[in-house]
Design a protein around this ligand. Sequence first.
Ligand code: NAD
Length: 287
Amino acid sequence: MVDHIANVTVLGTGVLGSQIAFQTAFHGFDVTAYDIDDAALAGARQRFAGLATTYTRELAGGVAGKADEALSRIRLTSDLADSVVDADLVIEAVPEILSVKQDTYEKLAAVAPQRTIFATNSSTLLPSDLKRHTGRPDRFLALHFANQIWRLNTAEIMGTADTDPAVFARVVQFAKDIGMVPIELHREKAGYVLNSLLVPFLNAAAGLAAGGYADPETVDKTWKIATGAPVGPFQIFDVIGLMTPYNLMSHGDEDAQRIAGWLKENYIDKGHLGVATGQGFYSYPSR
Ligand code: NAD
């Protein structure tokens, strides 16, 4: 039996967890946001207030009512057992460290109702890496959002061979109910759909510039004019921030490490980390 989803608990209230919790509350669900201690919850309150401002500006035509209602539907707690008492669905967005996630699921499995569905927002781990620790592999899957969930509204849904198809279908419906476009994967794939496309694309663009074949501006111009895409790969790099690709590439093969060195020397060491710092491959003077 797969129950109707009404109460949602989000574990971790960082960049993505706060967005998932707010988006869910904005669409009328009761949300409990869990984080490890009072300091983390204080950070969460600030993030929720910032999201209320953003949603009001970008989605509610400047009228704060709906965002304020969303805020009132979010309960914060640092007590894990309390956070899941009534949970129909738990969405986990704790740090991307295998041992932290495994430990979180073991603690969660001990206190959550047996009916509760667990979903991980992990970007790089497979649900198979975690399912043993959940105590309910049939009610566990990945539900992966993109940063800036209110605008970039894909929700990639990926089960393991053990995931009950009814649970998968229920989570697909939930994704729609919170304003997402569900992207269903039939099998497990590291990187889901989006990063399976995006990572090689960005690597190829960086390889062209780092190898001295063409400037970033030329690469972007080519991509935009010849495909009609609104942005080029280096504009995407700037939005993501250069540190994440740098960290990934510096642990990669020889070619990837060469590109990482180029990124470090020409951009990172100069503080040009992307949109967030006002300068990356391009300048963002208003930031
Ligand atoms: P973050 O570091 O911003 O937030 C992590 C939160 O988890 C913090 O609030 C921290 O206090 C809390 N936390 C730490 N230990 C915990 C524990 N043991 N139990 C519960 N909470 C704990 O991280 P993030 O960027 O929000 O990423 C979270 C997850 O979302 C990761 O799995 C990541 O792969 C995924 N994700 C991130 C992005 C992104 O763009 N940042 C995009 C998609 C998916």
